[in-house]
Write a protein that binds this ligand. Structure first.
Ligand SMILES: Cc1cc2nc3c(=O)[nH]c(=O)nc-3n(C[C@H](O)[C@H](O)[C@H](O)COP(=O)(O)O)c2cc1C
Length: 263
């Protein structure tokens, strides 16, 4: 295989969502792309305790299979996040997994990796779930390509095949060819300003990668208007955060900063 993709499955083994992944696997294999499915229900993923050591300290204090899954995702050429719709969103198991990736939202580890969201539903909750899967990918710094889905009403195969072709193409593309949206640029600029201001732990990570002066994680295609708005947003948001820094300078980088006071 020329490329390797990892899919994280929040649903049950051999269920509708898993079967959709198996269908995608045959198509990926035809293009010399391997697919490994990680079934979260077979993994040890412990509850996030909310200690924030991942963001403010030395990393997650809980030892579970997250380390192994993280390594798999980091090594892969592309990422699929797949979950059935449960009560209008991803499954609890998937949400537990996503909660454990909070650090990746501040110091992204999956930048430039093509990313697909996959879901199945009886009928409702599709839009919320697809939107959420997209937010998760962009938050990780991955390159969101699109969503693939099926429901009782339609298996949506025509559109799914189009998105899959786009995903396959982007796996073989140089990231310079990626078309990046304003949303992706604004997310990048937001994280950058936070690394420069409220999350001193992330500063070194961003500096080492040369991201602190960039429009996006890497050189990419975007229109000049997005470029302009991205720089403008950075300038404005940095000004706002600098003001906040002066006000809370003794608390920056501590839990005290995030504590809400009800007086
Ligand atoms: C606990 C639970 C909650 C569900 N919530 C919804 C829902 O909100 N809307 C919906 O249309 N279908 C809902 N479904 C149906 C599933 O989304 C649908 O059958 C899906 O294809 C199951 O995928 P799976 O076989 O991979 O688990 C729910 C199913 C379960 C078990």
């Amino acid at each position: 295989m020329k490329k390797q993709v990892v899919a994280i499955l929040g649903g049950k083994k051999d269920g509708n969502t898993h079967n959709l992944l198996k269908f995608l696997e045959t198509k990926l294999n035809e293009n010399e792309i391997g697919l490994e499915v990680v079934i979260l229900s077979e993994k040890d993923i412990k509850d996030c305790k909310g200690c924030e050591n991942c963001v403010l300290g030395t990393g997650c204090i809980i030892k579970d299979d997250m380390i192994e899954i993280r390594d798999k995702m980091k090594k892969s050429d592309g990422i699929i996040i797949a979950s059935p719709v449960y009560n209008n969103n991803v499954t609890g198991k998937m949400k537990m997994f996503i909660d454990k990736t909070a650090k990746w939202a501040h110091s992204p580890i999956l930048t430039a990796k093509p990313y697909l969201g996959v879901t199945t539903t009886s009928s409702s909750g599709l839009n919320i779930t697809l939107k959420y899967l997209k937010i998760v990918g962009i938050n990780w710094g991955a390159h969101f390509v699109g969503n693939i889905w099926a429901s009782k009403r339609t298996t949506n195969m025509k559109k799914n095949k189009k998105v899959l072709s786009k995903f396959i193409k982007s796996l073989f593309q140089n990231p310079k060819e990626h078309k990046v949206t304003l949303n992706q640029i604004i997310q990048f600029q937001t994280k950058k300003v936070l690394a420069k201001t409220v999350f001193p732990n992330d500063y070194e990570y961003w500096n080492e990668r040369g991201w602190l002066d960039q429009l996006y994680y890497y050189k990419c295609k975007t229109n000049p208007f997005n470029r302009l708005l991205g720089h403008l947003f950075n300038w404005m948001f940095f000004k706002i955060m600098k003001k906040a820094m002066n006000k809370y300078k003794d608390k920056i980088g501590t839990k005290e900063y995030g504590k809400l006071k009800y007086e």
